[in-house]
Design a protein. Sequence first.
Length: 440
Amino acid sequence: MSEPSTLTQQEATPAGSMNTKDMRRILASSFIGSAIEYYDFILYATAASIVFNKVFFANLEPGVAIFASFATLAVGYLSRPLGGIIFGHFGDTIGRKRMLVLSMLLMGGATTAIGVLPTTAQIGVAAPVALIVMRLIQGFAVGGEWGGAALMAMEHAPQKRRGFAASFANAGGPAGAILATLTVSAVTAISGKDFLVWGWRVPFLLSLVLIAVGMIIRLKVSETPMFKKLEEPGAKKRIPLVEVFRHHSRAVVIALVATMSFYCCQGILTVWGVSIAVENGVDQASVLNIKALGAVATLIVTVYSARLSDKLGRRPILIGAGIAGIVLAYPLLWCLNNGTVWGFATAILVGQGIIQGLLFGPIGAYIAEQFPTDMRYTGASLSYQGASVLGAGFTPMIAAALMLAGGGTLWLVGGFWIAVLLAGVIAVKLTPEGIKRKLA
């Protein structure tokens, strides 16, 4: 690598305009890259709800099979913090861009491999073992994606637009969910009775095409000016993970707890809720289409709430959304479980579209503003991916277990959801507002 040239303070500071060719390319890369990665990740979550219990765990009782299927979903979340740590370390030491390219390649390879895996009926126990390995790779890759995508946009953006810029990485998630859900819905209609034979594989194989498109865009973006400043001769070199735990451990814990609110909503509504709706007789195609509509609403609300957070602050938006979730938790669970299309649609549009969207919009900037540049990738990834494990990875399993423990009632599930939302509200209240903080 050639020695970097010295940057002036002005060059190390983001440009004042969002409307430049480079900035548009950066935002597009952040959005499309995250959309592709979350297409792969959400595709797995959808398949875990309606496919894998029948294909890889068909020899188990129905209740146990869906629990085992959700367990493989949780495994991917377990590897996300490891991905966040490793990608964060190298993202803070050799650059954001290189790590984003690598994360996309790993995710695409693992997802495509799932599309060609033999079933348990064909190769026995080796099939679910291979599925778990691919899920671990998926989790590892997405663990490095979000931090890099959010920081790539945020560190290029002017201070007053940081929340809006970072939201492009977040908005990519709902976009990926829309694409994954509609693809599964379309393939379900096309393959009909053969969906569990070969149809479910098609969306996984399509990931290969998406990765090729994403790589073309991602390779054209430039490294962030703040990271270039760290590459100057004489800049102090540190081990990011050590520094985060030494000086910013409180920030990691607070941001993790705050982020769990969003992930708990996602796990209850878009994973566990899908299986509950289908089990209660709601048509599978309707469930998938409503889930896609909910993702559209989430995308719109995410961008809107991020822009609003640039004016009002991150804290008011996050606290308000958390309180709304606490108030509406039981009504939304009742709608989710009443076995009607309108009930499921209400739960998804309000819970996922509005509450989850309001939480999701400011969260990227909120987390990143807690850490300095030389450890921001590591600190932000630790917080966000740690929350993904606790808030989404285990939520479907916990909800299923609480439903069984409660004799089929929703009281325990609702209490769990409220407790997580309340913890998030308290965490945000303990954090100082970050919109005026100088990142450079």
